[in-house]
Design a binder for this molecule. Structure first.
Ligand code: GA4
Length: 353
């Protein structure tokens, strides 16, 4: 269900979550990109400040592009294991099953992690899809192109909403020919235990087990923030995504975000939090794998080039908002992230003195 928040006029979707014999109504923001640009930009910024997350509808990515991508993903995950392993191991890119990263994190999923560079995808397609590599790379490259455009549009709106002098400063990072953006195809197999209620459950310790302590729900991909600038996620019609509310007063509540295959979900990453000097927050999120049906999700992670310096934008530093983060390159941040567990608050390592 949807309502317009009275004071904020931010469109909020609410979801009723049942856990521990309590029923709660939890909310997350929605922005319709067919609204007037200025208004949408203002609300987008508010959503990224308050939640670090927003669902976007009327996004303009053609349905045919999405459908072809979904079909290729289904085809890939249906391959025999030996064929899928030809794309792996994930070091860090490639095909992975259960194991996430290099430090012992585990999930209930299999995935294909690719660089978003078109020539990388075309090369990789030859190992992934020997029968028709050109078709595979054509479909993935077109999807990535469309979703990157969406990410750039959203970043320009963020630039406008923040009142930056150069509104394109963020989107240019994703358009750099050396940008380090990734695309991730996830497949969460069904859980024969049928659908379970997983609402505002206890927080899992960083890099924790694959069960949620309070709800008993099965965690597909554990709690973490995305390291990049902006992530654009889409899933099939199976629920699973949960975001951790950023409001300190509720002690961190998991908000289940119902699946909507017609929408994209936007996740603020650590690099954008750093560049906005903490004004936009990188949201902690996770994926549950509780459904009796398989869940698939596709995520574009928009990142700058390795040599780009991530530093709070001068306009974001004010007497009432002193500099919060050191300056670091994307390559330095990646080095730190791969040396740490999934759930680590890695941006804290870069706090200004
Ligand atoms: C989380 C966001 C993206 O899925 C990802 C992940 C990456 C990986 O799977 O290789 C990481 C994780 C993610 C952050 C910490 C490190 C690296 C697994 C992990 C334990 C592709 C990314 O960029 O960072």
């Amino acid at each position: 269900c949807c309502r317009r928040g009275a004071a904020a006029a931010m469109v909020i979707a609410s979801v009723t979550a049942e856990s521990n014999e309590r029923i709660r109504t939890l909310e997350y923001p929605v922005v319709d990109l067919s609204w007037k640009r200025g208004r949408a930009a203002e609300l987008l910024v508010r959503a990224c400040e308050e939640f670090g997350f927003v669902k976007v509808v009327n996004h303009g990515v053609p349905r045919s592009v999405i459908a072809k991508m979904e079909a290729e993903e289904a085809r890939f995950f249906a391959l025999p294991p030996c064929e899928k392993h030809k794309a792996g191991p994930p070091t860090p890119l490639g095909y992975g099953i259960r194991s996430i990263g290099f430090n012992g994190d585990m999930g209930e999923l299999e995935y294909l992690l690719l660089h978003s560079n078109p020539s990388y995808i075309s090369q990789k397609a030859k190992t992934i899809c020997r029968k028709d590599p050109i078709h595979f790379s054509g479909v993935v490259n077109e999807y990535v192109k469309q979703v990157r455009q969406l990410a750039c549009q959203l970043l320009d709106m963020v630039g406008e909403g923040l009142g930056l002098q150069d509104t394109r400063v963020l989107s240019r990072l994703l358009q750099d020919s050396e940008n380090d953006s990734l695309v991730r195809l996830n497949h969460y197999p069904p859980w024969p235990g049928s659908d379970r209620a997983v609402g505002d459950a206890d927080r899992e310790p960083a890099g924790g087990k694959s069960r949620d302590k309070r709800s008993g729900g099965r965690i597909g991909f554990g709690e973490h923030s995305d390291p990049q600038i902006l992530s654009i996620l889409r899933s099939n019609d199976v629920d699973g995504l949960q975001i951790l509310s950023a409001q300190a007063e509720d002690g961190g509540v998991w908000i289940p975000v119902p699946a909507d295959p017609a929408a994209f979900y936007v996740i603020v990453g650590d690099a954008l939090q750093a560049m906005t000097n903490g004004r936009l927050v990188s949201v902690r999120h996770r994926a549950m794998a509780n459904s009796c049906r398989p869940r698939t999700s596709t995520v574009f992670f928009g990142a700058p080039s390795p040599g780009t310096r991530i530093t709070p934008l001068p306009q974001m530093i004010k007497p009432q908002a002193p500099r919060r983060y050191k300056s670091f390159t994307w390559a330095e941040y990646k080095k730190a992230m791969y040396s740490l567990r999934l759930g680590h608050n890695r941006l804290d390592l870069f706090l200004a003195d």
